[in-house]
Write a new protein. Structure first.
Length: 87
């Protein structure tokens, strides 16, 4: 599943954005480096909140993929065990 699929289908619950919301449209329409500048420049507070939720969801997906690829079963990074350390 790609970030665009998540936006289109709404399958990533923390994001909860419709595909027609401005940040979702921007992130799927062009090179990411250009689109992030446009997202950062959104004037309305509501649109910036939506952008924040979207970008956090995209980063969560990227982190999950990175963990699966590079840290699967053999990882010793302390930050992957924060939930265990807090208990």
């Amino acid at each position: 599943m790609t970030e665009r699929d998540v936006i289109r289908t709404g399958e990533h619950p923390p994001c909860r954005l419709r595909p027609t919301h401005t940040p979702a449209v921007l992130i799927t329409c062009g090179p990411i480096d250009q689109q992030l500048g446009k997202i950062a420049g959104l004037a309305l507070v509501d649109e910036r909140r939506k952008a924040f939720r979207l970008l956090v969801a995209v980063l969560a997906i990227a982190d999950e993929r990175r963990r699966e690829r590079f840290c699967s079963g053999v990882c010793g990074h302390w930050w992957h065990r924060l939930d265990v350390a807090d208990e």
